[in-house]
Design a protein around this ligand. Sequence first.
Ligand SMILES: *Cc1c(COP(=O)(O)O)cnc(C)c1O
Length: 370
Amino acid sequence: MNAPHRLALDGAALAANWQALARLSGTAACGAAVKADGYGLGARAVVTRLLAAGCRDFFVSSWNEARALADLDFASAGATLSVLHGVRDEDMAAARELGARPVLNTPAQVQRWRAAGGWPCDVMVDTGMNRLGVSAADIAAGLLDGVVVDTLMSHLACADEASAMNERQRDRFAALAGRTRAKRMSLANSAGITLGREYHFDLTRPGLALYGGLPVVTLGDAIRPVVRIEAEVLQRRTVAVGESVGYNATWVARAETAVAIVNLGYADGYWRGFSDTGTAFAANVALPVIGRASMDLSDTGTAFAANVALPVIGRVSMDLVALDVSHADVAEGDWVAFDADLPRAAAASGMSQYELVTGLGQRFDRRWRD
Ligand SMILES: *Cc1c(COP(=O)(O)O)cnc(C)c1O
């Protein structure tokens, strides 16, 4: 039995996005962040396709995520998997068993790894984000002496902005070249790739852009959407003038309106921010908005039926959302497609593109084309 909603996933676009990011990375190798279950799309399906496309460096957050991918046999493809959060004591058994590399973040993690025998690892160094990583001073004091480091990495705090912080972090990172025995250095995420050659080092680590997100608009030429939500209409009804739709009656019909109630809601990651909140202010008095003033697709969530835009009306419920289908031939049992343009959906919902993709729920059927 099929679910009443699905994710239409475009494997060719995923591969093309990785290839585009690899080209933009110049002479650096291009890896892939596949943490959070491949940003919500399904890590196993993503890794399989990116291995076929030529990607050899993969990143997850935890050993649980690494274990879920263990049978994919990275080694025989000449690929490796790195675990960004390093190793706790309770991770050591998995680290021994799974053959993934920890990204060591703290002096305690380095000591733990060294004590366990010290086979190859990666190391995160903090260059100003103050999130994860050992310090340059720790390294200068000999923290990594004798440690077999594959990739020394750092992470940019502001890569999606024109910020002086980028250059500062880059300079601090570049100053570590030759100070460790690391075979490679890696700094850039998706947005960092667009900052230019001086940010690429030996390996880039895109995530969001692989999945169709645009952390910076300039990537729009290179990156295609990968994921589209499709959902089935559960009921079509006609709402008379003055009648309301949904919780708290935030939307009131200005004209007789054809409404489709669709199998999708915030429990699926179709957030309440996509609602037509229906409130305007006149002289500080909240007034319900009657109907919709404009068809600006970034006002609220939008679905499409044969290229006709179907705006969300009223509040998004847990498992349901209402669409205005007055201008479309949409009946019970039909499927509609939701807007796959992530920057626009982010503007409409007030969520980040990262939250939109990683929040895609577990109830969807995930259907890959290619
Ligand atoms: C998640 C992550 C990335 C990928 O970042 P995007 O902004 O999604 O491209 C790269 N490096 C590290 C350390 C990360 O945690």
